[in-house]
Design a protein around this ligand. Structure first.
Ligand code: ZN
Length: 250
């Protein structure tokens, strides 16, 4: 669903990134790489039980092709944004022990997933939302996946690097298959995140269980979504009943 910017107070300010002349414009700025969090002792080691259906990428295909758009004309855009998002994908890849590997593509026509940017929250997403993931299914297949991240908050202030990173981790978590939200605020997949939120052991355990489970929805093995239009035509010719693409906003 939606990642909301909640933390604004002294605690948040202590992590706020200030530009410095020593920093290169092409590199992501420094921010707290990880914050050790511990779930309440009573919390289970994962929240897999909250998953109703299993949506996940084929580990036979293994490679997921990602395009990160670069809207240099948008207010708040910074040249280090793509690297920040690549780092978030890399963190999930490590958590998944390389069962799924991300490859970054130069254009959308070759991509399974596209990372889009919005200047601020738009009517398409709830006011104040920092990100959203849209997965579409076609029958039992994942047919399309788009992530949307907003560059600025609802007041037009640029999101801090930590907030963008946390939002990207959350939305990538949805794009990899976590449905709904965790019930613990210490997890990145809780319904709201702040700029200190990072992957927790519960997030990692849940994702590993999803990738150990039989999928209800996946991409066909060895198949990338850029070929989906051709695939649909082939299925139609063979008399396959055409399901409607169903977008699932998360
Ligand atoms: Zn969400």
């Amino acid at each position: 669903m939606l990642a909301l910017l909640l933390l604004t107070g002294l605690l948040g300010l202590s992590f706020f990134w200030q530009p410095s002349s020593a920093q290169s414009g092409s590199l992501p700025p420094a921010f707290p790489a990880s914050v050790s969090v511990s779930s309440p002792p009573t919390a289970p080691a994962d929240y897999f039980h909250l998953q109703k259906k299993i949506y996940r990428w084929s580990d036979q295909t293994r490679l997921v092709l990602v395009h990160i758009s670069t809207p240099t004309h948008l207010s708040g855009w910074q040249p280090w944004h793509p690297q920040l998002i690549k780092d978030a994908f890399a963190e999930w890849q490590r958590a998944l022990q390389n069962r799924i590997m991300f490859v970054f593509m130069p254009d959308t026509s070759q991509a399974d997933m596209v990372v889009n940017w919005w200047p601020v929250s738009t009517p398409a997403i709830e006011r104040g939302a920092a990100g959203i993931n849209m997965m579409s299914t076609w029958g039992k297949y994942i047919a399309k996946n788009d992530l949307f991240l907003s560059l600025n908050d609802q007041y037009g202030q640029p999101h801090s690097p930590g907030m963008l990173y946390a939002t990207a981790l959350h939305e990538i978590g949805h794009s990899l298959g976590i449905q709904g939200h965790s019930d613990q605020p210490t997890d990145i997949m809780y319904f709201s995140v702040n700029e200190r939120s990072r992957l927790s052991p519960r997030d990692v355990n849940t994702m590993l269980k999803i990738y150990a489970a039989k999928p209800d929805f996946t991409n066909p093995p060895g198949f990338h979504l850029s070929r989906f239009a051709d695939f649909q035509k082939t299925q139609q010719k063979s008399g396959f009943r055409i399901p409607i693409m169903i977008p699932i906003p998360l």
